[in-house]
Design a protein around this ligand. Sequence first.
Ligand SMILES: CNc1nc2c(CCNCC3CCCC3)c3nc(N)[nH]c(=O)c3cc2[nH]1
Ligand SMILES: [Zn+2]
Length: 371
Amino acid sequence: MPSIIYELQKTCPHTGARAGLLHTPHGTFQTPMFMPVGTQATVKTMTPEELKAMGSQVILSNTYHLFLRPGPELVEEAGGLHKFMNWDQAILTDSGGFQVFSLGDMRKITEDGVTFRSHIDGSKQFLSPEVATKVQEQLGSDIAMAFDECIPYPADHDYAKRSTARTTRWAHRCQEARKAHDRQGMFGIVQGGMYKDLRKQSAEELVAMDFEGYSIGGLSVGEPHDLMNEILEYTTPLLPTNKARYLMGVGTADCLVEGVTRGVDMFDCVYPTRVARNGMAMTWNGRLNIRNAQFAHDWGPLEEGCQCYTCKNYSRAYIRHLYKAEEILALRLVTYHNLYFLLEFMRQMRQAILEDRFPQFRMQFWDSFKK
Ligand SMILES: CNc1nc2c(CCNCC3CCCC3)c3nc(N)[nH]c(=O)c3cc2[nH]1
Ligand SMILES: [Zn+2]
């Protein structure tokens, strides 16, 4: 009995957009969904209660970071990630491959796995399909990712072909390494670079391995948005409609609406939390940097009409003051608003799909976004 079950509720008759439910061992959650990122077992500056209050359902954590610090054994000793970080809803962990390439130093890829230097203390480390699978089991996440190589952009066809074939072999090894256990589902990650023939082969071979869900990897790696959408448009129909689809590393409103349009159910991105720490607030008309002098006497909320805790209780002038004074509360208030903004954006897209008006929602979004 798979532990992760996707229940399709409604497909938009005009686009690939769909609304559904994701059943996990820690509850049932609504899609399309945005998943806040908690790299080191915390969504930076937010408490679990605040995350729940704003409507977070599934949050992310990371094999790479927790493997290096504090180590999977300590998290296991705590009774797993849910207990360790006091989060009783669902947790998804990435398998670490992506971070090795974007964070680790001096890395070497072989058929067996990846050798790299820790970005924390420079120590020599090794991750493989077997290690990444074991670590995610020790972390006890509800959804684990197969160990993959995220192909950089650009990459030539030959490199993409060889890398994708190895990712498929690694996916098979992950399936082998997973003891018959019912508490954790694993998603296969489709690669293939920007090549449709390789995307098709990757998707078909992973679907044959019957994962509980499928991530579309190797996107949001610096390619133009049009190219990302083109690859997405080609890839999602290759995936089974009765399984969840997760587009990795995507989290700005314009990319989210285009991902939902092409049938994606789940998204994650560090963007909303990362830019908040730099004073950037996300709004329906694009983003604003609250540290800007123009807000010094602005007594309105970050965004008119936003129902979030920050917008209901604090002015732009006050938040700008907090940033200028390097007060920690500044980071918390803008992080809260940015996450709330994206979660609310997903709720509105889900509602539009359920009420058969998603194309209109998408058109309205682009009209105001383009302004
Ligand atoms: C930002 N763009 C992007 N991110 C990608 C990510 C990371 C997704 N976010 C993970 C969280 C961030 C820190 C804790 C977990 C990708 N991950 C994998 N395994 N494979 C990708 O092709 C892959 C591709 C990605 N593209
Ligand atoms: Zn707000």
